[in-house]
Design a protein around this ligand. Structure first.
Ligand SMILES: C[S@@+](CC[C@H](N)C(=O)[O-])C[C@H]1O[C@@H](n2cnc3c(N)ncnc32)[C@H](O)[C@@H]1O
Ligand code: SF4
Length: 411
């Protein structure tokens, strides 16, 4: 069940923020609402999510009311700190948000809107497992103010879905996407590449199937083998093998070429949005994820959720039962907090911003490392035109070696 939480300092039981926090209410504010329930756990996944047998008395049917109690606490805390402002984005993630009745999601959204307000044109996303989206669910969500649905497609190829332990039927992706579109929602699909036994041709078939859905946004993640998962154990025992680094790199290059030819622009190493140059389309990038990468302020609601405000970070207790107990006792569910120093914050900024297309200003790189920019350019890792204009933007080769670029800029 997801790795351990960071250590950090103890969090105050009433959740109050430090009085000297340099809050800037012109920074956009987001809410992440974590829904920690899944029917079964996929073999590769270590998200903080629980099947019915793991809930230790926490009840799915009480969850919306519990989370709404945290919304009330957040409103008090932010109001006391002079940090209240309307939400720019809201994201229901999981777990599987659509395992809860759509009415519960609507109630939580209504509570968040009532507590903070929403900016005009706010982005409100719900993550969904393809098996749990019906036309009625999509309509209820749209009527409640949801604007976008992110569907966990992962692959279109049955043996790859089986290797990932996915239980959804591939054809349900098409019906889920159609239901979301009919309800007027923007649609994103998630893909994973590099599953055991997946060939380049399998990956090509999944990319083609994703493009046929005519979504607004596609995320393509390299499979991460997380410690403690069933997949990690299968690999350790030698029961399955994953594609080697060269094949993974070929898969990334194929994704970028196919998605670009299909009218999608990359805007983060693993994310592509339908080109805004296309007829009738606006900005299809995920504003919520951009808020994380840009280091904006957000409150993460729910067990294990992380929050960030003006450089302060805190995170909630992990288990839904512990989370419910805290809120029932009118206490903050925060388990720990930390305030990274300026140096750590600079490193984190580079790590996040260098992965997005808008990139990072050369002047934001520590002075001692700026001389390395020429070397990155010579190695074809960053775009020379952007670099001459003072910005660091990864090339395709740079995206493949993004971690090495970050090391070069921060070590
Ligand atoms: C919380 S899940 C999405 C919603 C829903 N639970 C589902 O799986 O359909 C978020 C996304 O993270 C990605 N993901 C989860 N574990 C991963 C891993 N080990 N490696 C790469 N991507 C992963 C998947 O693409 C998944 O769709
Ligand atoms: S359905 Fe999504 S959150 Fe749940 S176990 Fe699978 S990948 Fe993880």
């Amino acid at each position: 069940m997801a790795g351990p939480l960071p250590l950090g300092d103890p969090a105050p039981t009433d959740g109050h923020l430090p009085v000297d926090l340099p809050i800037d209410t012109s920074v956009p504010f987001s809410a992440y609402l974590h829904i920690p329930f899944c029917t079964v756990r996929c073999g590769y996944c270590d998200f903080n999510t629980y099947t019915s047998t793991e809930l230790r008395g926490a009840k799915q049917e009480d969850y919306a009311s519990t989370l709404i109690a945290e919304i009330a606490l957040a409103r008090r805390v932010l109001s006391d700190a002079g940090a209240l402002r309307p939400l720019d984005t809201v994201f229901f993630g999981g777990g599987t948000p659509t395992l809860l009745p759509a009415g519960d999601l609507a109630r939580m959204l209504e509570a968040a809107t009532g507590a903070f307000g929403l900016v005009e044109g706010a982005e409100v996303t719900v993550e969904a497992n393809p098996d749990t989206v019906t036309p009625a669910v999509a309509r209820t969500l749209a009527e409640a103010g949801v604007t976008r649905m992110s569907v966990g497609m992962q692959s279109a190829v049955p043996h790859v879905l089986a290797a990932l332990d996915r239980t959804h039927r591939p054809e349900n992706v098409r019906t889920a996407v159609a239901a979301a579109k009919d309800a007027g929602l923007a649609v994103s699909v998630d893909l994973i590449y590099g599953a055991p036994g997946e060939s380049l041709a399998d990956w090509e078939a999944s990319l083609d199937a994703a493009l046929e859905l005519e979504s607004d946004h596609i995320s393509a993640y390299a499979l991460i083998i997380e410690d403690g998962t069933k997949l990690a154990r299968q690999i350790r025992r030698g029961e399955v093998t994953t594609p080697d680094d060269d094949l993974q790199a070929d898969m990334y290059e194929l994704a970028d070429a196919r998605l670009a030819a299909g009218g999608f622009d990359w805007y983060e190493v693993s994310n592509w949005a339908r080109s805004s140059a296309g007829a009738g389309s606006g900005d299809n990038r995920s504003r919520h994820n951009l808020a994380y990468w840009r280091g904006n302020d957000w409150w993460g609601f729910g067990p294990g959720a992380h929050s960030h405000m003006a450089g302060l970070r805190w995170w909630n207790v992990k288990h839904p039962a512990a989370y419910a107990q805290r809120l029932a006792a009118s206490e903050s569910p925060a388990a720990g907090t930390e305030r990274p120093d300026d140096e750590s914050r600079t490193l984190e900024r580079i790590l996040l911003l260098s992965r997005i297309r808008e990139g990072i200003a050369v002047e934001d790189v520590p002075a001692g490392n700026r001389s390395r920019v020429a070397g990155l350019m010579a190695d074809g890792l960053i775009d020379p035109v952007a670099a001459l204009q003072g910005r660091i933007r990864l090339t395709l080769r740079g995206r493949l070696l993004a971690d090495a670029v970050v090391r070069e800029l921060t070590d």
